[in-house]
Design a protein around this ligand. Structure first.
Ligand code: DGT
Ligand code: CA
Ligand code: CA
Length: 576
């Protein structure tokens, strides 16, 4: 029972209790506890095994501590099981409808007996939802508009979540001696921001044993289908895993085929055909003679080589120009995590972060970084206790003092994540902003404004001489919230004209910019900064997800400003 699982159980309990009308105080206790546990560096299970008092952890009360103990010791929560019997888990799908909210969803469940998104859709279409107290036509329409995104949200999971499952599976198969080679394919291997299902390929002489082994995986809820060389299973949260048994001779061909994308494969097969070859998941065949002849298939590189093509980085296999780049010898040397030297977006206890400046700096150093920027929120974000000018200056003074003590090999930049106000303009005055080393401009409020308004606000911020970069430029939250309406071409032109930078926010729920925008920015030679937006020490570890997205956009280390050395980065932002 790892922290993530405990956190999820507590969160699920709070969500379901909300449908039962539990009081806000109790809900908050479980939700806070869940968040604290997810970010905790130590494992709760270890702490319990060592008889440590969990209530010593800030944010964990007596009741949450008891629930943790029960979870670790029995593997489940009695109370949660009881609630599940009364409130079907399917109602949670409603919480994914943007702008619906738990209170309204609970009302739909209690008064109209709606339990699923399909039922919700039918009720909206019949006009029943509009008739409910506090709903109306407008709300009904908002729900209808949001149903699609909610339905998608239940189908695809974040890449980071797929990665966690993939790592567990990899670990789990280590004890299966029949496995000779195991690889993940599909969208997961291509590093796509959300993953629909996991595709595993295994080379073995004993397919039955391997498939039996998978059915023993703890999180499995159902075997969907099983054949001679393929098994599909369902995990918790209805996530599917497809496992294929592949002969050694075909392993590379299968890996190539099942990695996709489909569009990339279509192009590849077309090229093969023109060259008198046939490519499928079993191999490459020469079709010129009377009888087809197997000519390659054991490795991916062999398969591509039959067409004079390189083994494309999986992140680039989207049929977005990779074949042309290969022909022109122009494939990018993609960025890697080890190229990153700095992280220029993170929060501290001064606003909604969990750790001090010193703690964040120490953790960044431990991860091999050479510089960071502390970028707490500005005052408009009152909910997070955003900084006014006075508090910002006090924080920057403190950073000066810390830097003075340092050996110069690690540097903390004085930053701010300054809100772009609803009416346009920055939340802090130029007089304050000019004293910062690094200013991120961000929109947190007024996200429902028109395309013109949002675009104007962003361009206004980009034109402000003190702003360095735009943080999470489109404001989307994967599976939760659509990007705001914005003319990204106009924004990019302004960024280019004003020599500014665009952020690729690495948070797995944001990954904002998306891959297509990243490629567009690169085409215009707009520099990118990949930031974690960490609110805790563990938050610094999301950099890897940003790197995946950057690779999908074709970025090299030269395209990313926080790959620069400290000295070069200082020069870039005009600091000596
Ligand atoms: P996902 O799971 O929706 O996130 O996306 P993928 O790309 O993993 O798609 P999936 O799991 O349906 O299939 C895995 C790969 O197998 C896919 O990327 C390409 C290949 N593939 C599947 N079906 C076809 C097909 O009908 N034609 C071609 N050319 N390739 C296919
Ligand atoms: Ca897949
Ligand atoms: Ca699949």
């Amino acid at each position: 029972m790892d922290n993530n699982k405990i956190a999820k159980s507590l969160e699920l309990m709070a969500d379901l209790m909300e449908f039962q009308g539990a009081n806000a105080f109790r809900l908050r206790a479980y939700r806070n506890g869940s968040r604290v546990i997810r970010d905790l560096p130590e494992q709760i299970a270890d702490m319990i095994a060592n008889d440590q008092d969990l209530t010593q952890i800030d944010g964990i009360g007596k009741s949450t501590a008891e629930k943790c103990k029960e979870l670790v010791e029995t593997g489940q929560l009695k109370k949660l099981e009881e609630i599940k019997a009364e409130v079907p888990e399917s109602v949670l799908g409603m919480l994914r409808v943007p702008n619906l909210g738990a209170k309204k969803a609970a009302k739909l469940f209690n008064e109209l007996n709606i339990e699923t998104l399909d039922q919700l859709k039918a009720a909206c279409e019949a006009g029943e939802v509009a008739k409910l107290d506090g709903f109306g036509e407008k709300t009904q329409q908002i729900i209808l508009d949001g149903l699609e995104i909610a339905a998608d949200a239940n189908k695809r999971i974040y890449w980071s979540e797929a990665d966690a499952i993939a790592n567990q599976l990899r670990e789990f198969f280590k004890s299966c001696k029949a496995v000779k080679r195991l690889e993940f394919a599909g969208s997961y291997r291509r590093g796509k921001e959300t993953v629909g299902d996991l595709d595993i390929l295994i080379d073995t002489d004993d397919g039955e044993t391997v498939m039996d082994h998978l059915t023993e995986f703890p999180d499995i809820t159902k075997v969907i289908a099983r054949g001679e060389t393929k098994i599909s299973v369902r995990l918790e949260q209805s996530f599917q895993v497809d496992l294929r048994v592949v002969p050694k001779k075909s392993f590379g061909a299968a890996l190539q085929y099942f990695t996709g994308s489909k569009e990339h494969n279509v192009e590849l097969r077309g090229r093969a055909k023109s060259a008198g070859l046939r490519i499928n998941e079993y191999g490459v065949y020469d079709t010129s003679g009377k009888k087809e002849k197997y000519i390659a298939g054991e490795t991916e590189a062999d398969v591509y080589a039959t067409l004079g093509l390189p083994e494309f980085a999986p992140e680039l296999r989207e049929q977005r120009g990779e074949f042309e780049m290969a022909e022109n010898d122009a494939l990018p040397d993609l960025i890697e995590l080890s190229h990153i030297r700095g992280d220029l977006h993170m929060h501290t206890t001064a606003t909604d972060g969990k750790y001090s400046i010193e703690e964040m700096a120490a953790a960044a150093k431990e991860r091999g970084l050479k510089y960071i920027a502390i970028t707490d929120h500005s005052k408009r974000v009152a909910m997070a206790n955003g900084l006014d000018g006075k508090r910002a200056k006090a924080q920057w003074k403190k950073i000066d003092e810390i830097n003075e003590q340092s050996d110069g090999k690690f540097w903390i930049f004085k930053g701010i994540e300054c809100d772009i106000l609803e009416a346009g303009g920055m939340d802090l005055s130029d007089k304050i902003l000019e004293q910062a080393d690094w200013v991120l401009a961000a929109i947190h409020y007024g996200q429902n404004q028109s395309r013109e308004q949002i675009t104007d606000r962003l361009i206004g911020a980009i034109e402000n001489p003190h702003v360095d970069a735009v943080a999470h430029p489109t404001g989307r939250l994967l599976n939760r919230r659509e990007p705001y309406e914005v003319d990204m071409s106009a924004v990019m032109s302004a960024v280019k004209e004003n020599n500014k930078i665009l952020e690729l926010n690495a948070n797995p729920a944001r990954l904002d910019l998306n891959d297509v925008h990243v490629a567009q920015a690169k085409a215009q030679k707009i520099p990118i900064v990949i930031n974690t937006d960490a609110h805790s020490i563990n938050g610094l570890d999301v950099m890897q997800y940003g790197i995946k997205q950057a690779r999908r956009g074709g970025l090299t280390k030269a395209d990313v400003v926080n790959c620069a050395t400290l000295a070069k980065f200082k020069k870039l932002i005009g600091i000596n």
